[in-house]
Design a protein around this ligand. Structure first.
Ligand code: ADP
Ligand code: MG
Ligand code: ZN
Length: 600
């Protein structure tokens, strides 16, 4: 490249590169007037001929001992020349130096995120922190956030006037964690809060903290907060916080990662370090809440959590309404029907669908998007989504409905104390919602033996329903089984509830993540004891399952009624569940409390 550049620079534009044979031909024909011979090339001038613009040429030298003789014979003046010393000096020293300087500053710049702000300010990270002064997104762009909106409204009001909150002694939130599967609008919602409050929006992606050099991530965090504090009130948004806030306990297993840990510690320090009356609110998003470091969720940090889930029928309708505003929709399109056909689609999928439908319409040169365009687009998208296990076929959907209602029935029948909030058959992402995050375990374990058995029965209720209605078990129930087994095991080993083992705790504090290869208990237990433990666990599980089967058999009518509605709406809320339960018990008079629901 450099050589090419030099050639280009030192030779004029009317210089032509000739192949060697053509050069020889010119010599033979007596057209050449003079040549300069270098090590690797020969430059020459042609005799001036009328209407021939070519005067100078260059050719790559070929080992040719007869050349000088030929030139001599043809009377061409020639001389040898060493390479231009200045040129070779530039080529071999100065250009590489300049080149490496740029390369170096580029690398450093990227690492420090500071291309353009000078090599020396390595920790400045302006390039990677995105700041938007005026966010256009508002709550109008986010459909179906009603559940969270009170909380969000409060945050908006706070951002509009942080001082007022401080004066009244109100405790403003510091950190809000948005939890939900991909494409459910977490990023969108965070931006909408900024847009509503009309405050600057700083955003950074958790995975970008993971740097080559130890210490840069932490510096970047410091930097970001410094920048944010200069522009209060504002929102700082950390997307994909799981990349950096992964539980340190897990890092210890997967090999320490000093860099991430330092960065996380810096983040925690920054969050603790500022007063909530200063007007900075930190939003973070994750689809894997279960792997977050518990330290992040402590009071004064991300202590508010907003769960977003894939939309149900009504939610999808609302989201579609938002997105079809951007396309030219034919008035005959029935969005209700489209919502029915897009079970399992996330908000992002629906946005994509509306766009795809418009493309289909464009391709057929239509004036507006009709329903069939949507159908074509849905067909196309479903194939892809099926692979990602986001869309269920009708049989799977039915099975799931019975499964979930199985949980609900057992919970209602056994009158477990927690409330049934809703039953839903919408496929969940990784971070199964409904799963309450990081509830202190002690709370859960301060339970009576009978309550624990009821819990197990509820967990196995899904399985029991599948057995009763389909006489089969799906893999969907495996997580339920694992949870039920955990409880049963704890009953036997920690609480001495097993009948034959009596009052002894066999538990050794094992790390949650170290299950294999030393799946712990047996290592310090006699083989006999561990077999007995297994038997006890099995016994408890069996009796739980029997209880579940019995509850469902006795309340089959409830499932028969509810399943129709559940398949139609995909979600049943507390009121609806209660009303079906009421109908089923009308004959024997009810008054039952509504019990827990566990999603598998
Ligand atoms: P996440 O951050 O949860 O992965 P995004 O916020 O990036 O999801 O959502 C991607 C896109 O999907 C959004 O830009 C928006 O167009 C659409 N979308 C998702 N959820 C909603 C919603 N509730 N209402 C309207 N549009 C949504
Ligand atoms: Mg996102
Ligand atoms: Zn289940």
């Amino acid at each position: 490249m450099v050589v090419f550049f030099i050639n280009y620079y030192f030779l004029q534009r009317d210089t032509e590169e000739l192949p060697y044979n053509k050069f020889l031909k010119f010599v033979d024909e007596g057209k050449v007037s003079s040549v300069v011979i270098e090590d690797s090339r020969i430059m020459g001038e042609l005799k001036p001929i009328e209407n021939n613009k070519l005067t100078r040429f260059v050719t790559v030298a070929v080992k040719d001992d007869t050349l000088t003789q030929k030139l001599y014979e043809k009377g061409v003046s020639f001389k040898g020349q060493l390479k231009n010393p200045l040129v070779s000096f530039f080529a071999s020293w100065v250009f590489p130096l300049i080149f490496f300087y740029f390369l170096w500053s580029f690398i450093i710049g990227r690492a420090g995120g500071a291309v353009g702000s000078g090599v020396l300010s390595m920790s400045k990270s302006k390039a990677k922190i995105y700041v938007e002064k005026e966010v256009k997104t508002t709550f109008k762009d986010v459909a179906g956030i009603d559940e969270a909106s009170d909380e969000l409204q409060e945050i908006v009001r706070y951002l509009q006037d942080p001082k007022r909150y401080a004066r009244l002694g109100g405790h403003a939130p510091k950190g809000v964690l948005l939890v939900g599967p991909p494409g459910t609008g977490k990023t969108l919602l965070a931006r909408a809060v900024a847009g509503e409050a009309k405050v600057p929006f700083f955003s950074i992606n958790g995975s970008e903290f993971v740097e080559m050099f130890v210490g840069l991530g932490a510096a970047r965090v410091r930097d970001m907060f410094q920048q944010a504090k200069e522009q209060v009130p504002c929102i700082v948004f950390i997307d994909e916080i799981d990349a950096l806030g992964r539980s340190r306990a897990m890092n210890a297993i997967a090999g320490t990662n000093d860099e991430k840990e330092q960065t996380l510690n810096q983040l925690l320090a920054e969050m603790d370090g500022f007063d909530s009356s200063e007007g900075v609110i930190i939003f973070a998003a994750t689809n894997r809440p279960e792997i977050l470091d518990p330290a992040l969720l402590r009071a004064g940090r991300f202590d508010r959590q907003i769960a977003l889930n894939n939309p149900d029928h009504e939610g999808r309708l609302q989201i579609l309404k938002v997105h079809v505003k951007k396309i030219k929709l034919d008035p005959t399109v029935d969005l209700n029907r489209i919502s029915s056909m897009t079970s399992g689609f996330s908000g992002a999928d629906l946005a994509n669908l509306s766009n795809e439908a418009a493309l289909v319409a464009t391709r057929r040169d239509a004036l507006s998007v009709i329903e069939n365009d949507f159908l074509v687009a849905i067909e196309r998208m479903v194939a892809g989504l099926e692979q990602k296990k986001k869309v269920m076929n009708p049989l799977e959907k039915r099975k799931t409905a019975f499964h979930e209602l199985g949980h609900a029935t057992v919970a209602l029948a056994l009158e477990v104390p927690d409330k049934v909030h809703k039953v839903t058959i919408i496929p969940r992402g990784m971070g199964a919602l409904g799963y309450t995050m990081q509830r202190p375990e002690e709370d859960r374990y301060l339970l009576e033996e009978s309550e624990l058995i009821a819990k197990i029965a509820v967990l196995l209720g899904g399985r029991a329903a599948e057995k009763i209605f389909f006489n089969s078990t799906s893999t969907g129930a495996s997580n339920d089984l694992a949870k039920a087994t955990d409880i049963a095991r704890a009953m036997v080993m920690q609480f001495g509830m097993g009948t034959s083992l009596g009052m002894a705790s066999y538990d050794q504090k094992r790390s949650r993540y170290l299950s294999t290869p030393f799946d712990g208990y047996s290592s310090e237990m006699s083989e006999e004891t561990s077999r007995e433990v297994e038997l006890e666990i099995k016994k408890i599980l069996n009796s739980g399952f029997e209880t579940a089967i019995k509850s469902i058999r006795e309340n089959k009518k409830f499932i028969d009624l509810a399943v129709i509605e559940l398949l139609k709406k995909e979600t049943l809320d507390e009121k609806e569940i209660q009303s079906f339960w009421g109908i089923r018990t009308q004959s024997n008079g009810s008054g039952l409390t509504v019990g827990t629901i566990v999603a598998h």
